[in-house]
Design a protein around this ligand. Sequence first.
Ligand code: PGA
Length: 254
Amino acid sequence: MPAHDFPPLVAGNWKMNGTLASLDEARALMKKLQGANPRCDVMLCPPFTLIHPMAGVLGDSTIALGGQDCHWERSGAHTGDIAAEMLADLGCTAVIVGHSERRTDHGETDEIVKRKAAAAHRAGLVSIVCIGETIDERKAGKTLDVLSRQIAGSLPEGANAANTVIAYEPVWAIGTGLTPTTDEVAEAHAHIRKELAARVGGEEEAARVRIQYGGSVKPNNAHELMSVPNVDGALVGGASLKAADFFGIIEAYL
Ligand code: PGA
């Protein structure tokens, strides 16, 4: 399969933001995308409470729907958790796993992330597997080692370019307005691509895996960041909450 079968993916992670009134932003985004034909896939990942109503709003638009987390079991006694199958049932085609906020707030380890990614694949969802170093790890020169360890630990058997997206998100860049230099992004993404080969069955497959950059992506830096080699889209937090800002990022692919 040639690379263009997996176009870049710009996904908006709304995190714990939004009520029914926020669906107006999804409507506004649909309007902006009409006839725009960006050279990327576009996805919104609202909180669980908005997935069903947002599916109704999006209808058969080109905007895909994703969850922000899932449990690794299909069902059972797990109060407050959501199964990957439940996300698929509502029309989600993907789910974010291992976001640094889940790793920090909920103590998620690489092993847990791997089980969640496997659950996503079992349910027919694409897993968006988040990895990234802390500021202390970067300062200690350990960034590439951390990425290697997270890739080795977080990707399940059977991961491939069709069912897995990697989101490289330096923890210190998330929600801070700070971003790595383009050289730092290029170095991390090239390293991730190289490490993926052993996990997805070879270099050819690894070349097709989408590797998103995430962490303070905004309309004013999106073009520069999306132009870095091996950057195949963005995972966007804060700037995905408003249609105008999110579309300003998607414009990097117009
Ligand atoms: P941010 O979040 O764009 O608000 O920095 C990115 C993310 O956590 O995915």
